[in-house]
Ligand binder design. Structure first.
Ligand SMILES: Nc1ncnc2c1ncn2[C@@H]1O[C@H](COP(=O)(O)OP(=O)(O)OP(=O)(O)O)[C@@H](O)[C@H]1O
Length: 749
């Protein structure tokens, strides 16, 4: 038996039935994989057959793992549980478990290494970096890795008699940092791949143990940690199975070890395996129902636009630019022309036109006028436009046409499930998009919103009643897909809204897992107001020759409808300043969102406000979902005119009459500043942002200055000096040092 992280099962065992079947035949082993991830996201893989055959097939998988790792493929990187590693490599269970002995734990296979190295939830609050060097050292120092150092050395030595293997090289090992300081490897840092080997061992150790138990009934309860450890250890040192047996000091189970010794390693035909994978994928997608993606017919008026007219229109509409992301040197004249009014895009869909008229919109926003022709033609597209400029409708209306235009009857029976999936980073944004969908009653198309913190049963019931559009946060969607309540194979139109934020929040593995099951020829759309490199990487893996529509510039820019004010202030004076703002500057008809850096800051500020008689609501990740929704409702309805929030409300939230955004704490990255500020000045309205900067924010001063300059805003002298001091200080600090928070000391300025 073997435990592999759910999303890696396909890759490590083979992709889909064809390859697994082939592996079964080649190795004369029956392989069965648990249908669902367990609570830690792991799948159990069981092998039945002769010892040697099982050994061979597990070796193939092991090699596959190593190969993936050496290729630095991000996807194959297994998950690491920082807490578990923090408590020690050999502390895979709590103290109670350890005191009852390793043997028992492994024999019972209670999660094993795999389980304990699993669980990366990538919450933003988790620390991000683990010093790689220390981790590598730990490979030689099994005994010494962990908090309970001496206790483990003793236990291990007494039970295994095998100091050479794990004990000797561990003496110089440094402790990992204390629990609170523990940091995970950066996902993007290839150096951190060294740690993957440890996880590899971790994943394979229990497999040997258990598979021997499974394949040899006599020894079922006898396999011991000591034997397991010594043999495993020898093997993992140089990654070579030939050394497998020599390290064994096992007294009780020598026979068992002998019988499980693998024979010479047979090289794996990777080319063939990969080809098989591709074939299996092709076969799988070939069975999908017919898909129609092109619903666009250029309106004669649009066709008549000359190149000059097109250029002029683009220029006048906030500098629309359109290109192919991965194809250079394509003249702009060959790009789809923008449509200048709603009819030119939707004339053939009168029901939809009626719905648009009901909204009272007069003309498409720039992002809509350029994205609609591209999306209705069936192309993949990345849309980058400033906050509040109608990106939701830009992907939504083509989605409705897409659903209605498919050749098969609607409903689960004919289509197998929903056709449109919109993934977004926060629950509130998901709810908002669903509300937006429900404004357009088009041909009975129905949507469901799936997010955590809400009635799961109810969500499932709606899904099972047959819906066409799913709007979801990745966590809840994964949960329902893994539990087989939702099949994403029927998705043909996929939207990743605020894709950069989803990556920032650590949703990438979950997104990639979902995407594996969505057919290859789907249409994919990504939208955001900011576009960092990480998202480009995602786009390159999962989009097909996408167009890119940028409104304004790709450089980070805040919407020009907001007047941005900056005040440099002492941390101690902030509270007084914000009270003055709430009591004296905020008008009766104004509404403000005050952003705090942390949940407890938001809590304490709202408590203080209430004690002072300032009515407000608050929203952050620690509040009950119903309270979060109520908070948004209260600010929308005008029940309160102040919403105190963390960044959970920085993206996408569309409250039309917010007049002020206040950065009580400046955001930790400049992208978030752009999104926060964009909660006001939406849909052509104007707004004001007020940012309180303290000396500890000097690391962002330069980026902020660029944003202010780009929007023709006043740049305070003090901010310029702050940026200058930061720049000048860098060499003395030795590189990048001094970024936000790292030099909070007094007297810097
Ligand atoms: N063509 C249009 N004319 C006028 N208003 C529009 C138009 N299209 C959308 N809107 C309105 O503009 C507001 C902002 O739209 P939306 O929430 O889609 O912005 P966004 O670009 O997604 O912003 P963010 O980047 O903050 O998520 C919404 O209230 C929406 O109804």
């Amino acid at each position: 038996m073997l435990k592999i992280e759910g999303r890696n099962v396909g890759k490590l065992i083979g992709v889909r039935g064809a390859t697994i079947k082939q592996m079964q035949e080649e190795h004369n082993v029956r392989i069965s994989i648990s249908k669902e991830d367990d609570q830690d996201g792991m799948r159990t893989v069981e092998f039945q057959g002769e010892d040697q055959d099982i050994q061979n097939v597990t070796e193939v998988i092991r090699q596959r793992f190593l190969n993936e790792r050496q290729g630095n493929s991000y996807e194959s990187r297994p998950r690491i549980n920082s807490n578990e590693r923090n408590s020690g490599y050999n502390q895979r269970s709590d103290n109670n478990e350890r005191s009852s002995g390793y043997t028992q734990r492994y024999d019972n296979n209670r999660g094993g290494y795999g389980r304990n190295y699993d669980q990366t939830r990538n919450e933003r609050s988790e620390p991000e970096h683990y010093p790689n060097r220390e981790f590598r050292q730990s490979r030689g120092g099994f005994n010494n890795y962990g908090n309970n150092q001496q206790q483990q050395v003793n236990r291990y030595n007494s039970s295994s008699n095998n100091e050479n293997e794990w004990g000797s090289s561990g003496t110089t090992f440094q402790h990992p940092p204390a629990r609170n300081n523990y940091q995970q490897p950066r996902k993007s840092n290839p150096e951190d791949w060294n740690s993957a080997e440890i996880e590899m061992k971790a994943n394979f150790q229990p497999s040997l143990n258990t598979y021997k138990s499974n394949s040899n009934a006599d020894n079922k309860n006898n396999s011991s940690y000591e034997r397991h450890n010594s043999s495993y250890n020898k093997r993992s040192r140089d990654g070579n199975f030939n050394n497998y047996r020599t390290g064994s000091n096992d007294n009780n189970n020598n026979n068992n070890v002998e019988s499980s010794e693998p024979k010479a390693f047979t090289p794996i035909d990777w080319e063939k395996l990969n080809k098989d994978c591709d074939l299996a994928r092709q076969e799988r997608w070939a069975k999908c129902p017919q898909l129609i993606k092109d619903f666009y017919e250029e309106h004669p008026k649009t066709s008549q636009m000359s190149d000059e007219q097109v250029e002029q229109f683009r220029e006048e509409n906030n500098n629309i630019s359109v290109s192919k992301v991965f194809e250079q040197d394509i003249p702009t004249s060959s790009m789809p022309k923008p449509i200048t009014n709603f009819e030119y895009a939707f004339e053939k869909f009168p029901d939809l036109m009626n719905e648009i008229h009901k909204q009272g919109f007069t003309k498409p926003s720039p992002i809509q006028s350029q994205m609609w022709p591209i999306l209705m033609k069936g192309n993949d597209c990345i849309g980058i436009a400033q906050t509040g400029t109608g990106k939701t409708l830009a992907f939504l209306l083509p989605a409705l046409i897409h659903v209605d235009g498919q050749p098969h009857a609607r409903g689960i029976a004919a289509r197998g499930g929903p056709n449109v999936l919109v993934l977004c980073p926060t629950r509130e944004l998901a709810i908002q998009i669903e509300k937006e969908v429900s404004k357009y009653q088009y041909r009975g198309i129905r949507a469901v919103c799936l997010y955590g913190g809400n009635d799961r049963r109810k969500q499932i019931e709606v899904v099972e009643s047959g819906i066409e559009i799913i709007i979801a946060t990745p966590g809840r969607l994964n949960d329902l897909v893994a539990s087989n309540y939702i099949k994403v194979e029927s998705i043909t139109y996929l939207v990743l809204d605020e894709a950069d934020r989803m990556l920032d929040m650590g949703f990438e593995p979950q997104i990639r897992k979902i995407l594996l099951d969505i057919r290859d020829d789907r249409q994919t759309v990504m939208t955001s107001a900011t576009w960092p490199t990480g998202v480009r990487r995602l786009a390159s893996s999962y989009m097909k020759n996408p167009y890119q529509v940028v409104i304004g510039s790709l450089d980070l820019a805040a919407t020009h409808t907001v007047s941005q004010r900056i005040e440099i202030i002492d941390e101690d004076d902030k509270y007084e300043r914000i009270v003055r703002f709430a009591q004296q500057e905020l008008g009766k008809n104004d509404k403000a969102i005050i952003f705090c850096g942390k949940k407890d800051r938001a809590d304490s500020l709202s408590c203080d406000f209430v004690l002072k008689g300032i009515q407000c609501q608050s929203i952050h990740g620690n509040r009950e979902q119903s309270d979060r929704e109520q908070a948004l409702e209260d600010i929308k309805s005008g029940e309160v005119n102040i919403l105190i929030a963390t960044d959970v409300a920085s993206r996408g939230i569309d409250i039309e009459d917010i007049s002020y955004v206040v950065n009580y704490d400046f955001p930790r990255n400049i992208e978030e500043y752009v999104h926060r500020v964009g909660r006001t000045g939406r849909a052509g309205k104007t707004g004001i942002s007020l940012s309180l900067l303290t000396r500890s924010d000097w690391g962002v001063a330069k980026d902020l200055i660029n944003i202010l300059k780009e929007a023709n805003q006043e740049v305070p002298e003090e901010l310029l000096k702050m940026a200058e001091r930061f720049e000048n200080r860098k060499p003395r600090e030795g590189g990048r040092g001094g970024f936000r928070g790292s030099s909070r000391g007094h007297g810097m300025f």
